[in-house]
Design a binder for this molecule. Structure first.
Ligand code: AR6
Length: 182
């Protein structure tokens, strides 16, 4: 595990399955149509049960790339699911970086609106959406670090990485930022 204390807040990088997380919210890697797919999204809907999709359908039909919507957590330990839509990676020159940062920021803003103390993220866009992991880890961690420095909330932001590869890259990127930014 790697971590960095930023004032009153902490960023953690752990390896694991986000559907097992007991932070107050977990973030889902959703798509614009909010139709359950594979990857984290599939796992969350399978484990969380049909109530999640029912709540999504009752409130929303769509969520633009770079934004996020919230439902309760169904059968999961987390009370809330923040469904964030990251960009599909094309060539790195189509606004992907800004849209990925925006997806992280939107999820963090939802957590603040709900006065949550803890939230877990997967590596948005790095599976089916094809975002290169190193670049994605820099954007993810920098966006979270900047947000925590500015708002001093939520108190705990945890990145839960599913693969060894993703875990190792996020740890390395966090260590790099600790050296460069502290
Ligand atoms: N816990 C944590 N991370 C996970 C888990 C898990 N249980 N399962 C996979 N990952 P992806 P995207 C990692 O494809 O790229 C869906 O069909 C995975 O290793 O879930 O944003 C949606 O419906 C990868 O690093 O999301 C959308 O259509 C990361 O989660 C589309 O895929 C993200 O991979 C979204 O694509």
């Amino acid at each position: 595990m790697a971590e960095w204390q930023i004032g009153q807040c902490k960023v953690e990088v752990v390896k694991g399955d986000i559907t097992e997380e007991a932070t107050e919210a977990i973030v889902n890697a959703a798509n614009e149509r909010l139709i359950p797919g594979g990857g984290v999204d599939g796992a969350i809907h399978r484990k969380g049960g049909p109530a999640i999709l029912e709540k999504l359908r009752a409130k929303y039909t769509h969520c633009p790339t770079g934004q996020a919507v919230v439902t309760r957590g169904g059968n999961l330990k987390a009370k809330y699911i923040i469904h964030a839509v990251g960009p599909i990676y094309k060539d790195g020159k189509s606004g992907e970086a800004e849209l990925l940062a925006s997806a992280y920021r939107s999820a963090l803003e939802k957590a603040l609106e709900l006065s949550l103390n803890s939230i877990s993220f997967p590596a948005l866009s790095t599976g089916a959406y094809g975002y290169p992991l190193e670049e994605a880890s820099s954007i993810a961690l920098k966006t979270v670090i900047d947000f925590l420095k500015e708002k001093q909330a939520p108190k705990l932001v945890r990145f839960v990485l599913f693969t060894d590869d993703a875990y190792e890259i996020f740890v390395k990127t966090l260590e790099k930022f600790k050296t460069e930014l502290s």
